[in-house]
Write a protein that binds this ligand. Structure first.
Ligand SMILES: Cc1cc2nc3c(=O)[nH]c(=O)nc-3n(C[C@H](O)[C@H](O)[C@H](O)COP(=O)(O)O)c2cc1C
Length: 408
C-alpha cells in the first residue's frame, strides 16, 4: 500500500521537448499503485505517440473529444469526474496560459477546467519563456487559483544554453507529487501530527580516525520515519551514520555522537507529538577524545580505554515529557520481557518495541524484525517475523489504538 494505491491520476501531457519524460513519470506512478489515464494535446502527439502511452497504461489515450467513441458519455466530463489527482507534465507556457485564463478549446484544457480534483503543474520551457512577465503572471494566477506548481530546474536546456526551465527528473517529480498528495490527504491517520524519529548507531570518537559504535543499520528507524510520513505526519529524522538513502519528504538532521543526538532531540521535543527513539545510542563514550591519532606503542603492548556514560536521552526526556507519546526501542540478548518492562516504567514510555537481537531474522542490519510491543495501556503483543516496514506500520497502528490522535 502507498499513498498512490488505487488513486485515479490523470496525466495531461502538452507539447514540449520534455514530453517523453511524462512516460517515466506515469510509469513510476503506476508502479506505486496509481491508476493512470493520459490526455495528450495535439502538439504533444507530435513529440510522443499516443500509442506509447496507450500501450504502457493499457488504457485508451485521450487526444480528441470530437471523434465518435462511446455514445454513453462525454469524454472530458467522464474523465474529469473519474480523476482524483490531475497532473500536467510537462506543462508548456501555452497550456499554463490557457489554464490561467480558464480556456477550454481542446480536450486537455476542457478536462482540466471540468475537474474538481487537486491540480499539479510541472512546467518546462525555454528560460526566456519562463522569465517572460506574461508567463510569470499566468503562474501567479494558477497559484491564486489553488493550483500547485513545481519549480523547474536550472541547467542545460535543449537550446544548448543554461537557464531555468528544465523539467526536473521524473523521480524528483514523483517525490514532489507524493509529498503534495500526502499533505492534501486530511484523512490520513497521522495528518497534522509532528513525529520525531531517531535512527542509526551513534559514533563516539576515540581519536580523529577511530570511534566506538554498534551494528545498527538504521533500517528500523528509517522505516518508522517513512511509515509516519506515509500516514500523513510531518516527520523529522535525526540520524546517526547509516548507509541508507535519505527518505523523501522528511526533514533530515545528520548527527554523529550521542551528545549531538541529545541536543537535536531536546530542541525539537517540545513541538513533537510522537517521539520514536529507534537509534542505537551508545551507552558509553571514551572519557577523553585524543586530538592526534593514537600510535601503536611497541614498548607497552595492550591499550586500556577509559569509558564514561553518555546521557540517557530517553531518561532525560522523561522529565520534560508533557503530552508527547514516546516510543522506545529495546534491543536485548537475554531476559527480553523483564528488561523491557523495567525500561518501560523507568523511562515513562507509552510504547516499548522490544526485540531479541540474538535471534535470526531479528534486529540489527536485516530487513526483517520480530518485536514485542509493551505499553502501560495493554498486555504485551508479539508480532511475527515481518519486513521492517510492516513492523513500523504495526507500531503506529498500536500507538493510534492508544489514542495518540486525541493527546494533542
Ligand atoms: C521542438 C519544439 C520544442 C518545444 N518545446 C517547448 C517547451 O519545452 N516548452 C514550451 O512551453 N513550449 C515548447 N514548444 C512550443 C510549443 O510546442 C507550442 O507553444 C505549442 O503551441 C504548445 O501546444 P500545447 O500547449 O497545446 O501542447 C516547443 C516547440 C517545438 C517545435
Amino acid at each position: 500500500m502507498s499513498i498512490w494505491t488505487d488513486r485515479h491520476v490523470t496525466v495531461v501531457v502538452s507539447g514540449g521537448i520534455a514530453s517523453y519524460k511524462a512516460l517515466t513519470v506515469m510509469r513510476l506512478l503506476m508502479k506505486q499503485g496509481a491508476q493512470v489515464r493520459v490526455v495528450l494535446t495535439a502538439n504533444a502527439a507530435k513529440f510522443v505517440t499516443p500509442l506509447t502511452f496507450q500501450t504502457l497504461t493499457q488504457q485508451p489515450v485521450v487526444t480528441d473529444e470530437f471523434t465518435l467513441t462511446d455514445p454513453t458519455h462525454v469524454v472530458h466530463v467522464a474523465l474529469a469526474d473519474w480523476t482524483d489527482v490531475m497532473v500536467m507534465v510537462p506543462a508548456t507556457a501555452n497550456l499554463i496560459a490557457k489554464v490561467a485564463q480558464g480556456l477550454a478549446d481542446d480536450v486537455a484544457t476542457t478536462t482540466i477546467l471540468a475537474t474538481t480534483a487537486p491540480k499539479y503543474v510541472i512546467p518546462a520551457m525555454n528560460s526566456h519563456m519562463w522569465a517572460n512577465p506574461a508567463t510569470q503572471r499566468n503562474l501567479a494566477q494558477l497559484t491564486a487559483d489553488g493550483i500547485h506548481l513545481m519549480t523547474p530546474a536550472t541547467g542545460l536546456l535543449a537550446e544548448g544554453y543554461a537557464g531555468q526551465g528544465r523539467l526536473p527528473e521524473p523521480t524528483e517529480i514523483v517525490a514532489w507529487l507524493t509529498n503534495q498528495v500526502i499533505d492534501a490527504a486530511t484523512d490520513l491517520p497521522l495528518h497534522g501530527k509532528k513525529v520525531l524519529v531517531t535512527a542509526g548507531g551513534t559514533r563516539e570518537m576515540l581519536d580523529p580516525v577511530r570511534y566506538i559504535s554498534n551494528r545498527s543499520s538504521g533500517k528500523m528507524g528509517y522505516a518508522m520515519a517513512q511509515v509516519a510520513r506515509e500516514m500523513g505526519a510531518t516527520v523529522t529524522l535525526v540520524s546517526a551514520q547509516t548507509a541508507l538513502p535519505r527518505p523523501q519528504g522528511i526533514q533530515y538532521i545528520q548527527v554523529t555522537s550521542a551528545a549531538e543526538m541529545l541536543k537535536q532531540v531536546e530542541q525539537a521535543f517540545a513541538q513533537t507529538d510522537i517521539l520514536v527513539m529507534a537509534a542505537a545510542v551508545s551507552d558509553y563514550r571514551p572519557a577523553q577524545v585524543v586530538t592526534q591519532k593514537i600510535k601503536k606503542q611497541a614498548a607497552e603492548p595492550g591499550l586500556t580505554l577509559h569509558l564514561t556514560e553518555t546521557t540517557d536521552i530517553l531518561k532525560k526526556l522523561a522529565t520534560q515529557k508533557q503530552n508527547q507519546y514516546v516510543i522506545g526501542f529495546a534491543a536485548e540478548t537475554q531476559n527480553l520481557l523483564a528488561n523491557a518492562e523495567k525500561k518501560l516504567a523507568a523511562k515513562k514510555l507509552d510504547l516499548l518495541v522490544a526485540n531479541d537481537v540474538s535471534k535470526p531474522g531479528v534486529g540489527f542490519n536485516g530487513d526483517t524484525n520480530q518485536v514485542t510491543l509493551l505499553s502501560p495501556y495493554a498486555t504485551p503483543v508479539t508480532t511475527a517475523v515481518l519486513p521492517k516496514l510492516a513492523i513500523a506500520k504495526a507500531v503506529f497502528k498500536t500507538a493510534l489504538e492508544h489514542g495518540i490522535a486525541s493527546k494533542n
